[in-house]
Each structure stands twice: as C-alpha cells, then as structure tokens.
Design a protein around this ligand. Structure first.
Ligand code: DC
Length: 228
C-alpha cells in the first residue's frame, strides 16, 4: 500500500502533537513536530541576544539563519528529540520563555521559508505525519489527509499547564492562558502562511474528547482515506 502524507494543523496546545505522534507510531510513519523547529530557532535567537520579551532583531536573525541547523533524532528511550546545531534541546524548547517569544520569530518570512524547505525535504519519501499551523495549506498542500484540530482556549491552557507540570516546568494558569491566547492571535493574523484550516481539511474539536477517543477518531479517518 502506498504511503501518504498526513498534515495535522491546529491551535496551540490543542493536543495535535499527541494525536499525531500516536497515529505515526500506530501506522509506522515518521512523526515531525514542525513547532519544535520554530521553537529551536527561537531558542537560538534568545541565546544570541536577538529576541527578548517578544522584540526580535529581525535583520540580525535573518543574517544568522545559515548558522542555525535544526534536526531530529530518535533517542534510546524511543522518543524523538529536537537538535539545535547537534545539541539536544528537546526540554529547553518547551519552556515558557521560548513559548513567549516563538510566535514573534515565526512571523518572519525568511525563518518560515527556511523551515518550510526543511519540512518539505523531510516529507519527500511520504509516510509522514507532520503537525503545525500551515502544514495542510503551505508545506504540503497536496497532503492526502488533512486535519484541523481545535478546542476552547480554557481547555488548551489547562492541558498546557498539566503538560508543563508533568515536566516539572514552573508556570501558573493565568500566564499560560495569556500565552495561548496571544499565540492564537499572532498565529492567525500573521501575513505569511497564517494558521488557517485548509479547504479540504477535516475539523476536529476535541474540547470534550478523551485522548483515546481522539486517537481512535484519527485512526478511523486514516483507514477511510487509504481505503477510499
Ligand atoms: O506547536 P507549537 O505550540 O509547539 O508551536 C510553537 C509555535 O511555532 C507556534 O506558536 C507557532 C509556530 N509554528 C508555526 O508558525 N508554524 C508551524 N507549522 C508550527 C509552529
């Protein structure tokens, strides 16, 4: 059976990464977290004094883009980690300070072009599940299966808080809620490939769905696509 490309887009903390990961592992596809790539570039910019409190030195970051290499590697624990110039930054890129700056870095067209090129290369061989904001619209407009995931801001802020707590990363609900709402706004209103449902994507509002139910929903959709 031919392998396909599966694009899963949606709002911050909508649970799309967990769904995408679970599906990829179930069907033996490669999973790519495109948000991790934007987070890694943001971490690089922060470390080099090119972004602070949402203010980005665009010119300097654009000039430095060739120095930034983002990659993924499966670790001995079986989990895929994000590498920034060879360094494992998987945990660092999930921290609140990175979350607070990542949308501002993601609006820069040159950053997007670099990462979209890389994402398209990774999808070359098909057999891939990629999650993000513009995967079904810009990165893989011809993806055979497209899903757009959404949930209320309150639900997503709660989920993010739990995720951070599980990793021992300090945060409070108000801070997380404000960050989720602000990222929604920036992601939806940026000029270059804003967060938007592709015309041929299937919408999933998982506000009241269990993890098991959404994973099953996604698997059923996959089977319906490949058997079509
Ligand atoms: O999925 P995430 O929350 O880890 O993504 C982090 C940020 O990266 C998000 O606020 C917007 C940006 N992003 C993007 O602009 N395009 C993508 N394809 C994925 C993420």
């Amino acid at each position: 059976m031919d392998k396909i490309i599966i694009a899963i887009d949606g709002y911050s903390s909508s649970g799309k990464s967990s769904m995408a990961k679970a599906l990829a592992s179930k069907i033996g596809y490669r999973y790519i977290d495109s948000g991790a790539m934007y987070r890694a570039v943001t971490l690089w910019a922060m470390r080099n004094g090119l972004v602070a409190n949402g203010d980005v030195d665009r010119e300097a970051l654009i000039a430095d883009l060739p120095k930034i290499n983002v990659d993924f590697r499966v670790m001995p624990d079986g989990k895929q980690h994000t590498l920034l110039n060879g360094e494992d930054v998987e945990e660092l890129i999930r921290r609140m300070d990175v979350s607070s700056n990542v949308s501002q870095v993601s609006v820069i067209p040159e950053v997007r072009h670099k990462l979209v090129d890389l994402q398209q290369e990774l999808g070359n061989g098909k057999g891939i599940v990629m999650d993000g904001r513009d995967i079904g619209t810009t990165v893989f407009p011809h993806a055979e299966m497209k899903v757009f995931v959404t949930a209320s801001v309150e639900t997503r802020a709660q989920r993010r808080l739990q995720e951070l707590a599980a990793k021992g990363i300090p945060a409070n609900y108000e801070e997380v809620f404000a960050n989720v709402a602000q990222r929604d706004h920036i992601d939806e209103t940026r000029e270059e490939s804003p967060l938007r449902k592709a015309a041929d994507a299937v919408t999933l509002d998982n506000s009241t769905m269990s993890v098991e139910a959404q994973n099953q929903w996604l698997l059923d959709l996959y089977h319906s696509k490949i058997n079509a």
